[in-house]
Ligand binder design. Sequence first.
Ligand code: FAD
Length: 448
Amino acid sequence: MSVESGHLIEAFARLGLDGSLVAIGDRGYERHRRVWNGVIDRRPSLIVRAGSVADVQRTIEVAAAAGCLIAIRCGGHSFPGFSTCDGGVVLDLSALKQVVVDRAERRVEVSGGALLGDLDRATAPYGLVSPAGVISHTGAAGLTLGGGMGWLSRRLGLTIDSLVGADVCLADGRLVHASEAEEPELFWGLRGGGGNFGVVTRFLFRLHDLGSILVGSWACAATESAGVLAGYAELAARASRQLGTAFTVTRDMMRMSAVWSGSEHAADASVAAFGGLGGQLSGSVGGVTFLELQRRLDDHFPWGRRYYAKGGFLADLSPEVIDCLTSSVAAAPTSDSEIYVLQLGGAVADVSDHETAYTGRQASFYWIVEPVWDDPADDDRCISWGRETAAQLASLSMSGNYVNEQSDFGGETTRKAYGNQKYERLATLKARVDPSNLFRLNQNIPPA
Ligand code: FAD
């Protein structure tokens, strides 16, 4: 044990935490230091498994006083591994996963360590939903702070568009509430600015009627995908905002889904139209509940495999984009490596770009290139394919980016994601609430 970690452990042990401490050599250390992406292999000096909001405040105070690196963890799904570190402290909120539904007020309170599955399981039995992502083991906190997009975004907006308030523990240990009425600038920054401004211990979201769900899923061989996608582009451009659509291309296959939610009117015909895009498409419509839909891809992205990701926004699905997608994926390094494209627009674009820190409201689609592999010997080959493919797609994409799905960071990455004006505003906020840049393991915005 190093002198640094010895001091840290003593300092934390004196606090009398409601949760627990896991240090190097302790039972459970190997399990608790792991994050979702198998590429990330870091060894923090100490993992604080917070058992209460007070633990979060105490941990921040001690880490700030000691000047040590601190990583904040909810679901552990950060692609670049921001929720862990070598040396330093991991503040692990995963035990704080309470979700409380207030049906009368149509609100849901979500603790800072809850997963998307915790949220959906709490609200769906009442026929209510707060829209989030597409894989249930993703952390609600990390996803929300970047924006949060999924099947219902076109109808109900991004996750942040349902956020009405958040309790945030700042770098000086103070707990503040941020909403339109209190700390409005912090509330603006939390909606897209990532984990830069403090640790959110509780989110308060608006709830919506889930309504009926109708899911269509189809697949075809990769050789057929260009033709099908040309038809998809036309159909998606005319689609109702009650439809969320997405497709994935791999070197062997193309998979496409259309998810209808809300009132049933026109659901069948709208979903079925996507299945009629080409003779080679096979698939089905219906037979999937909302909770099943939200878990459907869980096993496709398990903990511990090796991943790299890079994304961007598209104004449309032009023939050049379709050609780039289909030709680059043909050279994918593994059969599981993919390019995923999610349709945006609808309610996402109802909110103007300056209203929240999230950037990319006018995009019609979001793409993400995602090599997936298992053998560390393949790291360079797989990451190179990801970077090269992303560079080609980026040349056809809009400015701005989604900070939550970028394996690369540093340099100008964050400034480019937000654009100069928003970046400066975020840096000014950062200087007020975290002047020493305590929370720097993120797509970092150094204080102005
Ligand atoms: P963590 O690694 O725990 O945290 C990531 C970062 O978020 C931390 O470093 C910290 O900066 C911040 N953070 C976490 N918790 C807190 C907190 N309580 N307070 C303050 N800061 C905090 N995105 C979508 O929009 N839609 C999707 O459908 C979607 N699907 C995904 C599926 C998978 C398998 C993966 C790996 C990612 C997906 N993402 C999706 C991206 C996802 O939004 C980000 O990876 C996000 O950071 C994950 O959050 P987490 O809490 O699991 O991550």
